[in-house]
Design a binder for this molecule. Structure first.
Ligand code: SF4
Length: 275
């Protein structure tokens, strides 16, 4: 019997983070570290050398009481599409250790190819990449909690958020075994989207109208993929990085801060890491 092969458009996985819901609790950061075997050190006070694929930032509107307002902004890798897959980090990597997948839209990192030049870290406008200054180490006994599906990274290589790519591979294998090439929305979710107690993080396929993220963001290819949802914006959108992480807020100052416009109107610091 001849099986009919269905063809589906390529997937473009992305994330929508509602900043009006986020409380800055940091559950996404903790879930990400546990899921992806990210080691921690006794002294994490130097944020330049600590590793957090998902990092929480605190934004302020720069005003004093009673007009002051605060917003927490979780920042994973933005999985930039650029134009035709030319994200900033992929474009500069001399070892082809980072790659834009046309199957999923995910920017991956191939640790065994990386030789640690850190060019990608300089190119990334979102500070989403981290260099391993030390070999990873866990307190005695904690190695039993490591995820078997994620490789640990050695000293001398760069790493970053992968949208929990190992979960995609498991979901894809299962879908294929079940005789379908489409991955159900619930079958592939990132650790941070599952852990968020406020339901602020939604993850899915931007190209699939059945996925929640498509309905929230309403991407419009005819408008250069700009979001049609008036609450949606992307970080530093004017750089043309064409990111797949969308942020949502009803507050205008938050949307302007996302594109760094607010900085010109304020004195002092706009954002600082929140821990
Ligand atoms: Fe690369 Fe940075 Fe864009 Fe992620 S956010 S795809 S690391 S340039």
């Amino acid at each position: 019997m001849k099986h009919e092969q269905k063809h589906y458009p390529p997937m473009r996985f992305g994330m929508a983070i509602d900043l009006d819901k986020c409380t800055g609790c940091g559950a996404c950061m903790a879930a990400c570290m546990a899921e992806n075997n990210i080691p921690f050190r006794e002294d994490e006070s130097d944020k330049l050398v600590s590793i957090t694929w998902m990092r929480m930032f605190e934004l302020s509107n720069g005003k004093t009481f009673p007009d002051m307002d605060t917003c927490y902004l979780p920042r994973p890798c933005q999985h930039c599409e650029g134009h035709g897959g030319h994200s900033p980090c992929v474009s500069v990597c001399p070892a082809t250790a980072t790659d834009y997948s046309r199957e999923t839209g995910i920017v991956s990192q191939i640790y065994t190819r990386c030789f640690g030049c850190r060019y990608c870290m300089g190119a990334c406008p979102y500070h989403a990449r981290y260099f391993n200054w030390w070999d990873p180490a866990w307190p005695d006994g904690m190695e039993k909690y490591l995820s078997p599906n994620v490789s640990v990274r050695m000293r001398g290589v760069v790493e970053k958020c992968s949208f929990c790519f190992h979960r995609y591979q498991l979901a894809k294998n299962k879908a294929y075994l079940d005789g379908d090439r489409r991955i159900p929305e619930a079958a592939y979710q990132t650790a941070c989207s599952q852990a968020c107690p406020a339901g602020a993080i939604v993850f899915g396929d931007l190209n699939n109208p059945e996925h929640q993220i498509h309905q929230i963001v309403k991407p419009d290819p005819e408008k250069g993929n700009n979001a049609r949802n008036p609450r949606a914006f992307r970080l530093l959108e004017r750089l043309g990085t064409n990111t797949k992480v969308y942020y949502l807020s009803s507050r205008e100052w938050v949307r302007r801060a996302g594109d760094n416009y607010l900085a010109h109107e304020m004195t002092g610091q706009v954002s600082k890491p929140h821990h």
